[in-house]
Design a protein around this ligand. Structure first.
Ligand SMILES: NC(=O)C1=CN([C@@H]2O[C@H](COP(=O)(O)OP(=O)(O)OC[C@H]3O[C@@H](n4cnc5c(N)ncnc54)[C@H](OP(=O)(O)O)[C@@H]3O)[C@@H](O)[C@H]2O)C=CC1
Ligand SMILES: O=C(O)CCC(=O)C(=O)O
Ligand SMILES: [Mg+2]
Length: 734
């Protein structure tokens, strides 16, 4: 493949709603940047792009695509990196299957996904697909720690225009259920390696030793954990919670992260499907097996496979009728919580439920209290405490609430989010050992068949960088700064032992508190309720969870977050927002040609990316572009130009028109660069003079279905036609 020259700024090509938005926004960005001789190019990290780049041997020369993720993975390890990263799909198996069949229908001769690979060839195909599955992009690009917060303008807009919040009542029956033993939290062991080491993971059984993983290698100072979730304890817990929920008369809901935790959480999800339908599995287990049912793929896939068998269908109906009502993903279409493993993702689902006053949607299309099952107890206390806080104190008031910012340990696949290659569903009873090359047994657990064992690690350099980033942000803001670490948890105790000496050496220990996640949740909610601000300094999972939880309460959405990853080798990665790819938004576009995706996250990231370019490359024109992007973003907020959720009202495309107009006006008005001012004065004028015509052309297309020629792999020409429907605007942008 030709080696493309690296543009000044890379804008990632992704999937679903953000990719639809890019079709409209990116041409504007490229046009404005070109005026300052700055190149903005794309690299494809979409699910479809990643599938195609994985099977070059199956494609014709003109179908082949380059492996852009691999290229970006190298780039982020250099000081040259300046990447704007939009959210991409972290595919569950059902999503992967759908993308594969769409590509096959488009004429790409890629292989089927082998669900039960038998031959060597099938195993090879499966191994290749497994690299694409789940969260396969973020861990590759995130070679730095995370700094996520609402920009000052965004926070002040939310305070001036508070969104609706559901009411909390003191007698709400909504609660969080987590295991009180046998889970990852309670079985965790952790150690910090004094010296660099190689390691292997073995399973010892009565029949001998099986190597689960070899060739692991850790630098000195790495914190290495091992833990497991007992399948028997999980099943007992789930069975009990299903009964308890039934007795309480609330919705049964299950909140996991089957995307990011792509090995462990689909298995846990499968246990829930099996427990919920336990009588059906007891009676028809063999038949369902023969029909290819895999509980890990969810109820949706299961129903599809058994729908021809009336006996099984009757047993399912009978069981479901005896179960508690389920929390619904889409009650109109009958999609339950257990249909697809990736439909309910804890970081977004729990905050949405909490924002709604502890309510979820039931099968009757009405809101109800819910039992929120989050099996592992490592982070469930955050939601439990938040719910208790709101029951006692009532809903948060976004008009007066302060903010919770986040500094997250993320670099180099830190902690649980890097544990997929070292996570195993144990096949037979035995003992799992993590053995170092000098023979030391670092960790050991007795396990039973079905238990989920995993090892996670965090390296020293990222940990130090994270603490230093926290020190810098505390210094810059003066905010109450809390490390969310639990001294009683094995992993956190190791981190605390590294954090404290750094704080002491820098003479700032008195500026920081260290609290358990539960206590920190309460302290943070108390702080923001008073209108004050705080910084949550957390590990990787809480980084993810909290940067949805607090933004959704404070700003209504995490899409508006500023998300900066200061890469450890000096580059910059600017993530847009903190939320996902909003599949519901695509459905609305396809049905009504209205895109409610808010690109505020992209605007914020773009401003930061230009400013970073200005600093690292001493590029004065990039500075002008960065500052004027900020003015334009402010203009969007001040004048209420964000997209509406309803068809017939201004949408994402209208907001891009306004962004271009405010940006051009700001460029025309500034005096740092006369050439840019002269170039954009007529653009600003044309955009203003044609306002009615452009907004009319944009409005005209709404209300009827839109065809983009594919869900995962749209037809570029059709996509452009849908997302750039104003000939007048296109003419001015050029
Ligand atoms: N960094 C990344 O790459 C991330 C990727 N993901 C991936 O995204 C997919 C969907 O995840 P999911 O958990 O449903 O989360 P989403 O954030 O996509 O959706 C949750 C809800 O948030 C609202 N929302 C999110 N972004 C915007 C936006 N820009 N403008 C307006 N509203 C917004 C929407 O609410 P409403 O419908 O009410 O308008 C949406 O339905 C998954 O494949 C997941 O793996 C998830 C998180 C981060
Ligand atoms: O990579 C993923 O799967 C999701 C990432 C995410 O949710 C986040 O970073 O906030
Ligand atoms: Mg998240």
């Amino acid at each position: 493949m030709v080696n493309k020259t690296v543009p000044d700024i890379i804008y990632t090509k992704v999937d679903e709603a953000p990719e639809l938005a890019s079709a409209s926004l990116l041409p504007i960005i490229q046009r404005f940047a070109a005026a300052a001789d700055i190149t903005v190019g794309t690299r494809d990290i979409s699910l479809a792009g990643r599938i195609l780049s994985t099977f070059p041997d199956k494609l014709s020369a003109d179908q082949r695509v380059s492996d852009d993720l691999a290229e970006l993975g190298e780039l982020v390890k250099t000081p040259e990196a300046n990447v704007i990263k939009l959210p991409n799909i972290s595919a569950s198996v059902p999503q992967l299957l759908a993308a594969v069949s769409e590509l096959q229908a488009q004429g790409y001769d890629i292989p089927d996904y082998p669900s039960e690979p038998a031959t060597d060839a099938e195993k090879d195909v499966r191994a290749r697909y497994d690299t694409i599955k789940g969260s396969a992009v973020n861990p590759v690009l995130r070679e730095g720690n995370s700094d996520r917060r609402a920009a000052a303008a965004v926070k002040s807009f939310a305070q001036k225009n508070p969104h609706r919040m559901g009411e909390w009542s003191a007698d709400s029956k909504t609660r969080v259920a987590a295991m009180d033993g046998g889970d990852f939290f309670s079985n965790e062991k952790s150690a910090t390696l004094a010296d660099a080491a190689k390691a292997k993971i073995v399973l010892e059984t009565a029949d001998g030793e099986t190597v689960l993983k070899d060739g692991l290698s850790y630098p000195a100072g790495t914190v290495v954990d091992a833990t497991y979730m007992s399948a028997a304890a999980l099943d007992a817990f789930l069975a009990e919670e299903i009964e308890k929920t039934k007795a309480e008369g609330v919705l049964f809901s299950m909140h996991l992260k089957a995307t990011m935790m792509k090995v462990s959480d689909p298995i846990i999800f499968g246990h829930a499907v099996k427990q919920f339908l336990a009588p059906v599995f007891e009676k028809f287990g063999a038949e369902m097996d023969a029909l290819g049912v895999s509980p890990n793929s969810g109820l949706g896939d299961l129903l599809e496979r058994v729908k021809g068998n009336a006996d099984i269908m009757a047993a399912i109906d009978e069981t479901m009728a005896a179960r508690p009502p389920m929390y619904m993903v889409d009650s109109d279409r009958g999609i339950t919580n257990l249909h697809v493993p990736s439909d309910v993702i804890v970081d977004a689902s729990m905050p949405a439920l909490i924002r709604a006053g502890g309510k979820g949607w039931g099968p009757d299309n009405k809101e109800h209290d819910a039992a929120c099952v989050i099996p592992d107890n490592s982070y469930a206390p955050v939601y439990d405490e938040a719910i208790k806080f709101f029951k006692a104190n009532g809903k948060l008031n976004p008009a007066t609430a302060g903010t919770v910012q986040n500094i997250g340990l993320m670099a180099q696949k830190a902690e649980e989010y890097g544990s997929h290659p070292t996570t195993f569903e144990i096949p037979v009873n035995g003992s799992v050992k993590m053995v170092l090359d000098d023979g030391t047994v670092l960790h050991q657990h007795s396990v039973e068949a079905g238990d989920i064992w995993r090892s996670a690690s965090a390296r020293k350099a990222p940990i130090e960088d994270w603490v230093n980033l926290a020190i810098a942000r505390q210094k810059a803001t003066g905010y109450r700064s809390i490390f969310w670490l639990d001294a009683a948890r094995a992993h956190d105790a190791e981190l605390i032992a590294m954090v404290k000496p750094i704080l002491e050496a820098q003479g700032v220990a008195d500026k920081f508190e260290i609290m358990t996640p539960r206590d920190a949740t309460r302290a943070s909610l108390e702080t923001i309720t008073k209108g004050e601000n705080t910084i949550a300094i957390t590990g990787n999972v809480l980084r993810d969870y909290l940067t949805d939880l607090f933004p959704i309460l404070e700003l209504a959405t995490s899409a508006k977050m500023l998300s900066i990853v200061k890469l450890m080798q000096g580059g910059g990665l600017f993530e847009t927002g903190a939320g996902g790819s909003a599949p519901k938004h695509v459905q609305q576009l396809l049905g009504q040609n209205h895109l409610r995706w808010d690109s505020l996250g992209e605007f914020c990231a773009l401003g930061e990316s230009f400013k970073f370019l200005a600093e690292t490359k001493d590029n004065a024109r990039a500075k002008v572009l960065g500052e004027t992007v900020e003015t334009a973003t402010q203009g969007i907020l001040d004048n209420g130009r964000s997209p509406s959720r309803k068809v017939g009202e201004p949408d994402n495309r209208d907001s891009h028109y306004w962004f271009a107009r405010y940006w051009a006006e700001a460029l025309a008005a500034q005096s740092d660069d006369a050439a840019l001012a002269a170039e954009f004065a007529p653009v600003a004028k044309a955009l203003a003079e044609n306002e009615g015509k452009i907004t009319g052309e944009l409005a005209e297309v709404q209300g009827t279905p839109a065809d983009i020629g594919g869900y995962y792999h749209a037809d570029p020409a059709k996509l452009v036609a849908v997302m750039r429907p104003s000939a007048t605007l296109n003419g001015i942008i050029g």
